[in-house]
Each structure stands twice: as C-alpha cells, then as structure tokens.
Design a protein around this ligand. Structure first.
Ligand SMILES: Nc1ncnc2c1ncn2[C@@H]1O[C@H](COP(=O)(O)OP(=O)(O)OP(=O)(O)O)[C@@H](O)[C@H]1O
Ligand SMILES: [Mg+2]
Length: 510
C-alpha cells in the first residue's frame, strides 16, 4: 500500500458543484508529487479534504497503511499532515517566533520569554536543515511575501509535519526564489518527507516532481512518472486534444499610434506609511494601441505605482495625465475617467467575497443609472449582464447568484477581468492578470489584452512573469527599487538582459 492513499473521494458542495468524483490519489514517502489541472478541476478541494478543512461525502484516507479520520487541521497536524494555502495564515503584528509559538499555545502566553527562546532555537535549527532561512525576531508584517511563505512552512515543520500540501506556492515567488524553493523541496525529499505540489506551470512539474497526478473536472485522468514526459503530453492530459496550440504563441509587437500619450506618468513619488519612498520619481508614457509592460521582481514598487495610478495609493509628488489632461489621484475620478483596473490581490481590491457573482460584476459600475433606481439596485439588468459575461468569459459557476468566494481562484480572476473589460475602458491597467490562471484561461486573457491594444486602447501590463511580459508588451520597462531602470522596445531585449535589469543593472542604451 502506498504511504498516502485517498480512495473513492467524492465531494459535492452545497450549491451542487461536483468538485470531486470518486478520486483515487496516492503518494509515496520521500516523493514530490505534482497535482495538475485546469482552474476548478478540484485540486484545492482534494487537498482541503486531506487537511480536514472540508468534509468529504465519501471515500477513505489511509496513512502509512492505517485508515485515518481527518476532521480538522488539528487532526491532520497530529498525523503529520500540513498545508500551506494560497493565502497565508499569519498574524502580521507578531514576530516570526511568536507566529510559530501561537500555533501551539494560546495567544496570551506566546510572549513569555522563556518559551520564545526555545522556539527561536528550534526555528533556527529548522531553517538550517530545510534551507528556509528567516529571522525569528522579524515582524511578519515587515517580511516580503516569499519570506512570509517560509514562515508558514516552518510553522508546519515545527509541528512535525512530514506530508506537506503546498497550494500554488510558486505563484508568489520570483524566479530566483523559485529556484531556491525547489532546493528546499529536494531537501524535504532527502528527509523522506512527502510533498504534494500544486502549480499551473508545467515546466515546474517536470523540473521538480517525481510523479504527477492530473485532475480534470473533479476526476483523475491519470498518474505518471515525470521522467520522459513532455510538456505537450501533460497539456493534452489536462485539457484534452487541441491544447498544443495553447502552448506556443507569440504576438508580433506593434508600433503605437503616433498620437500624444494616452497616459503620462510624470515624476511620480509614492511613500509607504513610514515615509519610505516606494516609487521614486517614475516617468513614462503609454500611447494608444500599445501594451506597455513593467517587469520586475515583486516588491520593487510596482504594486504601489499601479495602485497610485488607479487612485488607491496617495501620490506625494508628481502628476498623472490622461489624454493630456491632469488625472486626479482619486479612485472615484479614475473610475469615471475610463481607466479599467485588474488588481493583483483579488480579494483585497477586486472582489467582495460574500457578494454574488452578479453583484461583483457591477462593482465600480454601479454609479450608472441603468442599474440604479433611486433607492435600490435594479437586479434584472444586472443579472442579465452577469449571465452574458459568464458566457462570454467562460466563467465556471453554477449561476450568477452564488457568492463569488465559492468560485475557484482562476474563475474569480475572470470575474474581475470581465467586469473591467465590460466597462469599455480607454486605458486598462492589468496587474498580474493571469496570476493563478490555467493555460487556457491565460491564453484567453492574453488574447483579450492584445485585442484591446489592436482596438487602439492603451494597456499597462505589470507582471512578475517575465515570459508574459516578453510575449505581450510592445515596450518594456523594468522596475527595481522604486525606479525605472530602463525602457526598451521588445525586439531589443531578451530574458537575460531583462534578468540583469531586474537585478538593478541599469540599461546602457535606450
Ligand atoms: N466553498 C465552495 N463552495 C462551493 N463551490 C466551491 C467551493 N470551493 C470550490 N468550489 C467549486 O468546486 C470546484 C473545484 O474548485 P477548486 O478550488 O478545488 O479548484 P482548483 O483545481 O483548485 O482550481 P484553481 O486552479 O482555480 O485554484 C470549482 O468548480 C469551484 O467553483
Ligand atoms: Mg485552487
């Protein structure tokens, strides 16, 4: 019997969605096992069943030959099963050590000095063995995302987890961090720990996994050894015939219209709450009919820049111009001026989780009279529009009335994109627009952005995915430590040069 066996697992959500249908899944100790499937295939659901955050309707779980009942994460942890979710479970105002300690004891005694010193010592030893380096005294809120992820994993190792369920861990990491992260996974393997690794990047599966299981619409398509398998074969398993065309494509770049700039960013400075310059005098122009890409390792000021242009973060110096006229630094005015905004953090800036899909589709549009009578929202046209968008964007949802938080990650992203595009914006800001999307949805969004460009709209694409930037952008800027270190036409750059610039090496020729 394999070391982990999930047999006949089925799960239908209360809204009738059959997320898992008679799934058999197994993993061996000391293996890295990939879990692959399109958005909504059931990957997260399967892992949540194993971690005890979701109750299954049917099926049995065996660990090391013994049948187990996992009714909660604390049951799971007792059995050595730990899960890292896409959203980390950390307390920002606590230090690393306090966060780790908080998982074991009640919050009030985590500050006891004696306990904490022991905790720190153990964290250091875990760091050393696993390669997950963090400072136990650092405040979690001051850590970059990649480091927060380390803390989340350390928390599980501290509790003795030896079966680690990692849900899209690489989606928040930059290429260098991913490289290091894979080394950590290989060390786990040497210690005979088991890793189940969810990702949408097929090349990552081939690079680090021993085996891979593919899910499609809640059913297992198969489990394979990754040796000798190609990316194409994986894509076909995941999506079916015709998927090859999704893998290889690149759109020719385009000379923008020789008009004046649609959006001009002039010497913009954005400070964080401590007064530190996050965006340090950034200037560029985007023309109609152009995709202007900003590449860079996450955390170099792109997020603040994007939010400032969208009217969320405060601009402390500098100005924005839309078609030559000053654009005020106010969210309301930015929306009214026809600037579409696809945010990177869907649940924080883009969606209201408890609201329905239909309601989410009119967020920011609701000033319009067609949805608004004097005192209440007119639901009929809202629902009608929602149904149209669901069909046009192929959003997987039972209907427009379910809460948006019950959609899979990729489908939530589609709801935002559909809404922003449906506003027929003059300019569209797309920040990590394909984060967490499977390859068909990614292709769909890419085509959409290209189509908008061809219609003469100005597109600002900000992405930490260098492939995406190189595929779509007509001009590419690289941001490092709050500054733009170079702007080039796409033909003039390649991966290597972009990588150097992302590390802060200033481009010589422009
Ligand atoms: N809490 C929930 N309530 C109702 N339906 C849900 C809930 N969570 C997920 N679903 C549905 O179950 C199906 C499987 O979702 P799941 O999140 O497991 O997919 P996934 O493979 O992880 O997708 P993604 O790659 O987008 O993260 C989807 O159709 C989703 O809409
Ligand atoms: Mg998921």
């Amino acid at each position: 019997m394999p070391d982990l066996l999930m047999e006949g697992i089925s799960k239908t959500y209360p809204n009738g969605v059959k997320a898992l249908v008679d799934v058999n899944f197994e993993a061996k100790n000391g293996e890295i096992h990939g879990l692959l499937g399109e958005n909504g295939a059931g990957k997260t659901t399967l892992m949540n069943v194993l971690y005890g955050t979701i109750t299954k309707d049917a099926g049995t779980i065996y660990l090391n030959g013994k049948r187990v009942e996992i009714g909660s994460p604390s049951d799971a942890l007792k059995l050595g099963v730990g899960m890292v979710h896409q959203h980390f479970m950390l307390i920002p105002a606590f230090t690393v050590a306090e966060n780790v300690a908080a998982m074991e004891s009640s919050a009030k005694d985590v500050t006891k000095k004696l306990d904490l010193n022991k905790v720190k010592e153990k964290i250091r030893s875990i760091s050393q063995i696993s390669g997950l380096e963090v400072d136990p005294d650092a405040l979690v809120e001051n850590l970059a995302v990649g480091q927060q992820q380390r803390v989340d994993i350390i928390k599980l190792l501290y509790r003795g987890a030896n079966l680690l369920l990692l849900d899209e861990p690489t989606s928040v990491l930059n290429p260098l961090e991913i490289h290091h992260f894979f080394d950590v996974l290989r060390r786990f393997k040497q210690e005979n720990k088991t890793v189940i690794f969810i990702t949408h990047k097929l090349e990552e599966i081939l690079e680090v996994c021993d085996r891979v299981t593919v899910l499609r619409k809640g059913r297992v398509v198969g489990t394979l050894d990754t040796k000798g398998v190609s990316i194409r074969e994986l894509a076909v398993m995941m999506i079916g015939a015709g998927s090859e065309a999704l893998l290889e494509y690149s759109a020719p770049s385009r000379q923008p219209e020789e008009s004046s700039a649609a959006l001009r960013v002039d010497n913009v400075v954005v400070l964080d709450w401590r007064g530190v310059k996050k965006v340090d005098g950034v200037s560029f122009e985007i023309h109609s009919g152009e995709i202007f890409g900003i590449a860079g390792v996450e955390g170099n000021g792109q997020a603040e820049l994007v939010r400032a242009i969208a009217g969320i973060d405060l601009i402390s110096e500098g100005r924005l111009y839309l078609d030559g006229k000053e654009l005020k630094n106010s969210r309301k005015i930015v929306i009214k001026s026809g600037v579409g905004y696809i945010p990177d953090d869907r649940l924080k800036w883009g969606l209201c989780g408890n609201f329905s899909v239909a309601e989410n589709m009119i967020l920011g549009v609701d000033v319009e009279s067609r949805f608004n009578t004097r005192f209440y929202l007119n639901y009929r046209p809202i629902k009608k529009m929602a149904r149209e968008l669901i069909a046009r964007f192929k959003i997987v949802t039972p209907n427009e009335n379910v809460p948006v938080k019950s959609l899979s990650g990729g489908n939530q992203q589609k709801v935002i994109t559909a809404r922003e595009i449906s506003k027929e914006p003059r300019i569209i800001i797309a920040h990590e627009p394909t984060h967490g999307l499977d390859i068909s949805a990614t292709r769909y969004i890419h085509n959409l952005l290209l189509e908008l460009r061809n219609q003469g709209k100005a597109v600002l694409l900000v992405s930490s995915d260098t492939d995406e930037i190189l595929k779509l952008s007509d001009r590419i800027a690289v941001m490092s430590r709050g500054k733009i270190v170079g702007i080039s036409r796409r033909e003039e750059v390649n991966m290597e040069r972009l990588g150097l610039m992302m590390g802060g090496v200033r481009a010589t020729a422009e």
